[in-house]
Design a protein around this ligand. Structure first.
Ligand code: M6R
Length: 608
């Protein structure tokens, strides 16, 4: 949802800004731009399209300087045109701003500014910011920014520079992420940590309503009201390679293959030596677990599908009723919650606007909120009452893969934890399930190394216009996720559906041209799904099945089968989803799609 970068130091800022933007391209790639103080005015280069267009433009332009800001855009207000690309300037082209977020009151601000003689060149909400700063500026950029942001409603992370002071960046954040990397007499500003990892692992994480004055000589951080803030340095543990492709063609493929490691790392701090289950940052012990009335899980997209899997584990093991809701629906649903309810909110980025709004709604109603995220220091970590971290490492591909399986893994363990607190499973049962959970990384590895024919199947069906994904029980969230993956990266229409519901409508869609992907892993509804597959075949549709190694029945009814390792039914979701990620990946590649940067999407959706 837009990425911003900044650099101040003693090096040429341009290659550093471009490198940072490359790492942030997952946040948006409709246009990109840079601003560097130059000859009498701030010089700007901006181009429509992904970063490669900006790189070409920069190589034909002698723009350079020891300070600069940059932006990669996911369009919200105004189409992806050059005029709408950031940075945006004031009337005199002295002050330049990059912005991530949405200024909700920009229309009234813009009308007032125009009334006072300002000229606008774009349709963006952002452009009001440099003009407001211009009005407040009398030689002190920090003070001007501090005054101007008082008028802004909505969310913003901004970096501001001014021609008059080519050694100063002013940054401010409210409801949009911003970090500052600390180098040797140099500083790096970015929306997210991977953008600075090539240069430093020492980070300041700016919190809401904080701003900073950054020069090559030092940094001072204050609240919007000017109160000094002393911050601890956050030491990043990822290595630089975590944010690189590492020999893979795309981030998505790399991240699919990183899944065994992601699950292993995620589980590492959740199990103690004697089989103890550890959630260090969860304020939810035996007493609260026993009083628990219900659990509500809220999330969006792929994280919502992880929630559907979590529901089955919690209900089955901890015997608590669980509702799963899409965050954007939940927040306006007038939810019935009280202090005996637990809300689990799942967001890999920790920044999804609808999910954060849902959290505030749940807290207002007295529920305890536990967040599940992959990003330390993200907004959810400050808003939730307790946190569960996945340790999947940075996920750059827009399509969530390794964060999904890590979310499923922690939900399995948390379900077990609740069961232990509530006494709904015996110690032996808990130990057996824990043992199976810890086998999952090796089992995912096994599935990944036996995926040979998925590419051929993908090539065969890559030109089909529609797909139906069917599942029952634990297979249903897998079907939904398989369909979402295919849609978002290959632009093929795909529907995920409960297999038993098919005869109530979607069966009308079927003919020889609509392949059906059926999740048919070993389960109590295996016979039922085999019956559904027969119904599909009777309508002429080809069937691609996901089943368990050794299933002989499936071979009689499916045209193609991808096998996964046998595990207990509830855990099978984490395994069955792997072939579907690869199927979507290879299908998208066969169609020539950019899998890491699917059209119209962004990795973190920080707008409503
Ligand atoms: O960061 P979050 O987990 O809150 O993101 C939620 C969705 O935006 C995300 O899962 C989206 O659906 C992915 N692109 C799916 O691959």
């Amino acid at each position: 949802m837009c990425g911003i970068v900044g650099y101040v130091g003693n090096k040429n800022s341009v290659p550093i800004l471009l490198d940072g933007l490359k790492k942030l391209e997952y946040r948006g790639y409709d246009s990109a731009g840079l601003a560097v103080p130059g000859n009498g005015m701030v010089e700007i280069v901006k181009e429509v399209g992904n970063l490669s267009h900006l790189e070409d433009a920069v190589s034909n332009n002698r723009i350079n300087g020891n300070l600069g800001i940059g932006h990669t855009r996911w369009a919200t207000h105004g189409r992806p045109t050059q005029a709408n690309a950031h940075p945006h300037n004031d009337c005199k082209n002295k002050i330049s701003v990059v912005h991530n977020g949405i200024i909700e009151n920009f229309i009234e601000l813009k009308e007032a500014l125009i009334g006072r003689g300002h000229t606008f060149h774009s349709e963006t909400d952002t452009e009001v910011i440099p003009h407001l700063i211009e009005e407040c500026y009398d030689g002190d950029l920090f003070e001007a920014v501090q005054s101007a942001i008082k008028d802004l409603e909505g969310s913003f992370a901004i970096a501001v520079i001014c021609q008059d002071n080519p050694d100063l960046i002013v940054v401010a954040r409210k409801d949009s992420p911003l970090i500052i990397g600390i180098g040797d007499r140099e500083y790096f500003v970015a929306s997210d940590i991977p953008a600075v990892l090539n240069y430093t692992k020492d980070i300041f994480i700016l919190q809401d309503c904080e701003m900073a004055k950054i020069t090559s000589k030092g940094i001072s951080i204050t609240t919007f009201e000017g109160e000094e803030v002393n911050k601890d340095i956050f030491k990043v543990k990822w290595d630089d390679e975590a944010a690189e492709k590492g020999g893979y063609e795309d981030f998505m493929l790399k991240e699919i293959y990183e899944q065994p490691k992601a699950i292993r790392e995620t589980l590492r701090d959740k199990f103690g030596k004697d089989g103890e289950i550890i959630f260090e940052e969860v304020p939810f012990g035996k007493e609260k677990a026993c009083e628990l009335n219900k659990v509500v899980i809220i999330a969006c997209g792929t994280s919502y599908h992880a929630g559907l899997v979590g529901k089955q584990a919690i209900e089955q093991w901890a015997k608590v009723p669980v509702e799963v809701d899409i965050s954007s629906e939940f927040r306006y649903s007038n939810p019935i919650l009280n202090e005996n309810d637990l809300v689990i909110t799942i967001t890999q980025s920790g920044e999804t606007a609808d999910t954060l709004a849902g959290v505030r709604e749940a807290k207002n109603r007295g529920a305890t909120v536990i967040g599940v995220t992959n990003v330390l220091g993200s907004t959810i970590t400050r808003e939730a009452d307790g946190m569960i971290y996945t340790h999947a490492g940075p996920e750059i591909g827009v399509a969530a893969t390794k964060t999904l399986v890590s979310q499923m893994a922690v939900l399995y363990v948390f379900a077990l934890y609740l069961a232990k607190c509530r006494g709904t499973l015996s110690d032996e049962e808990i130990a057996a399930i824990a043992c199976d959970i810890q086998k999952l990384p090796d089992q995912v590895e096994e599935i990944l190394s036996a995926n040979g024919k998925i590419k051929d199947v993908a090539n065969k069906y890559a030109n089909c216009a529609d797909f139906l994904y069917l599942g029952r029980g634990i297979g249903l969230p897998v079907a939904l996720e398989g369909a979402l993956k295919l849609k978002e990266i290959s632009y093929i229409h795909a529907e995920g559906y409960a297999a038993g519901e098919m005869k109530h409508g979607p069966i009308a869609l079927l003919d020889e041209g609509v392949p059906v992907v059926a999740i048919a892993t070993k389960s109590k509804v295996h016979e039922k799904i085999l019956g559904n597959i027969q119904e599909v075949r009777a309508r002429g549709a080809d069937v691609i099945a996901v089943s368990t190694f050794g299933d002989k029945e499936i071979e009689k009814v499916a045209d193609h089968t991808f096998y996964v390792t046998e595990t207990m039914e509830t855990l099978s979701a984490i395994l069955a989803v792997i072939p579907l990620q690869l199927l979507a990946y290879y299908m998208a590649k066969a169609r020539g799609c950019n899998v890491d940067q699917p059209r119209n999407l962004a990795k973190s959706v920080t707008v409503e």
